[in-house]
Unconditional design. Structure first.
Lengths: 378, 378
């Protein structure tokens, strides 16, 4: 690490800014890529966390060739940056059919279907070939067909077959209930169930003569702790590239695996309540929060800038409250004493997907500003 | 209202989009401007809610000449759009001193100070004239000097006097505790206290020979219900231009005064749980939520598109949960039956400041896309 460059970078920061430790992010990518290669599993990494062309390049350099996005616009951005095999892991939005067709005509596009209505819509409105995934609800009731609802699964799969522009590829599921797990044993048991449910749904389809389907599970908490994915066609974790406090508290990583942090100017100190006020609020960090190990409702953890990035977390201090532009940091006496108005405080985010989406273009510790998807007016 | 234009607009929407009812926003502006004019009070409207040059023009047309922003960058945006008298209602961020000086050299800039350290910093680093406001904490302990802390108030006011580039203008306070009030009587009592505390702090300074200071309170819940501001130099509400569910639940307005709503495509219907899933999640609506009149934890209220905008709120339905891109709407049977995949559902935001900041450029019901501050990489 070029510590002079990092110091220069920190000195140049005027407003809340997302810092990105490239070495950590590359290590996170490499670790997941290695596990997948050894398992014979495709890592179709979800890119919604970073949304950055250059971070995408780091994945390419680790041998990743297929990705996931959470929107059609995000898929178009990465198609513009050379990605040729993209699944949009969000049920088809009929209103974007023109964009879907345009994208399908230039890359290998995967789409998600979870209703007969949408299958019929695609039959009538597609003009270019797509890979189709059926979304399965494996215990996180948001979108998807319940994994035990064989009748609907079979009817939908049959509907999706025998159309010249649709290739039914498999069963895809995001089971976000894994975020409630705590510890490796809990996550491993959760993963076993999760995969078993997808496998069971696939078996039900096979029993009706529908063969050759892949399964695509994958969420960061589980994929961080599972080392062997043998038998699983592809996984789609995304958050692991950056990680965050949610991953630390579920035990899937340590704080040394968190690759992003928000650098926030210190605006004010209030000794009578041991609080430091930072320029860094809901429009920068998001209002995501969680109950930490000490039972505190936390909007972010606290670290100090160092020559090479940022320090270990100061466990006794935390972001206690947040408004649009202000963050209030409840401090232990040592942290309070070590911070002055005009300094930068480092906030480790609760949920890096949301913080990265708000702060946009991250800056690496060597001072490189990365490109990131910015949505213009609709 | 041109209903053909509205229908055309709604048909053209593909992704989550902020709709703006210009007539309602202009009515909200006019009402506040009229009350201030009658009271002899300056309406220094806070522009953090809309952040839009054109909405700013509507204020100009209502006679408003002075504004508030929540950041230096937002002040620079409005200075670029012809505003010449701007207070940044956020304590001076030392790291932005170059931008502050640049702005102060071209407009009448007001800055906020709440510590001796920052007063000293300004004494040494200002290169252009500024108006200075002391921030007072009148019962919302975030930033500001406690209104009863006379020693510090006097010391700070004395420090800020007698500097060639600083003009001490007065005492400014944002008392966000008003958001916990319910009903007009509650808000009126709150406002009386709030103003009395600022007046008392001013009297303490007068007792020490510091005369001629203005007071600047102002938050939307109170300013929506107070009709007579006589004796108050200026007020700084902002949210009132759009309003939102928070203002409806505190009783300061009705739903007919809410000028913005998010149009979100319907992605999926799950009859077994009476839920409709929309394309509209935390990155669009924010994760702000509140407990509504029925005790439900709500992320947004539901309406349907109409020829002229949107319908009354469907009280029995609501946004029950939100993730990054998905919103889950718990529906009553009638609402569920009246919505189809591919339709738009209208979400009335809990907190319009956050939703507008996320969705960016609003579209008026006649189809005009408005400009809005977009922060580039730092």
């Amino acid at each position: 690490m070029d510590s002079t460059a990092t110091s220069r970078l920190l000195n140049s920061i005027h407003v809340p800014t997302l810092l990105l430790d490239e070495a950590r992010a590359r290590r996170n990518i490499q670790r997941m890529a290695d596990k997948c290669r050894k398992s014979g599993t495709l890592l179709r990494a979800h890119f919604k966390t970073h949304q950055s062309a250059q971070v995408g390049d780091w994945f390419k350099q680790a041998g990743i060739i297929a990705i996931t996005t959470s929107s059609v616009r995000m898929a178009a951005y990465f198609a513009d940056h050379g990605w040729n095999d993209i699944t949009v892991a969000f049920p088809v939005n009929w209103r974007e059919i023109d964009s879907i067709n345009a994208l399908a005509s230039r890359i290998k596009l995967g789409v998600l279907v979870e209703s007969i209505e949408t299958a019929n819509f695609l039959r009538e409105n597609l003009t270019a070939p797509v890979n189709v995934w059926i979304e399965v609800d494996t215990g996180y009731p948001r979108t998807g067909i319940d994994w035990q609802n064989n009748d609907t699964l079979v009817a939908l799969a049959q509907n999706l077959q025998n159309h010249p522009l649709m290739t039914l590829r498999g069963l895809l599921s995001h089971n976000g209930a894994s975020y409630a797990c705590r510890g490796h044993a809990d996550l491993r048991a959760f993963w076993a169930d999760y995969v078993a449910r997808l496998t069971s749904a696939r078996a039900a389809l096979e029993a009706h003569g529908i063969h050759g389907l892949s399964i695509s599970p994958g969420d960061t908490p589980c994929c961080n702790v599972i080392n062997d994915f043998t038998g699983i066609d592809e996984i789609r974790p995304g958050n692991f590239v950056y990680n965050d406090l949610m991953q630390v508290i579920n035990g899937s990583v340590t704080e040394d695996d968190v690759a992003v942090a928000a650098a926030c100017p210190v605006i004010s100190k209030h000794p009578e309540r041991a609080q430091v006020i930072i320029y860094g609020g809901g429009v920068h960090l998001s209002k995501d929060h969680y109950i930490d190990q000490l039972g505190r409702n936390t909007y972010g953890a606290i670290a100090l800038p160092t020559e090479n990035g940022w320090s270990k977390i100061h466990q006794k201090s935390y972001v206690i409250s947040i408004s649009q532009e202000h963050g209030i940091v409840q401090c232990d006496p040592e942290t309070f004493a070590s911070v002055n108005i005009g300094d930068l405080l480092i906030i480790i985010p609760v949920h890096s997907c949301m913080t990265a989406d708000l702060l946009k273009s991250p800056i690496t510790l060597t001072g490189e500003t990365l490109d990131m998807l910015v949505l213009s007016a609709p």
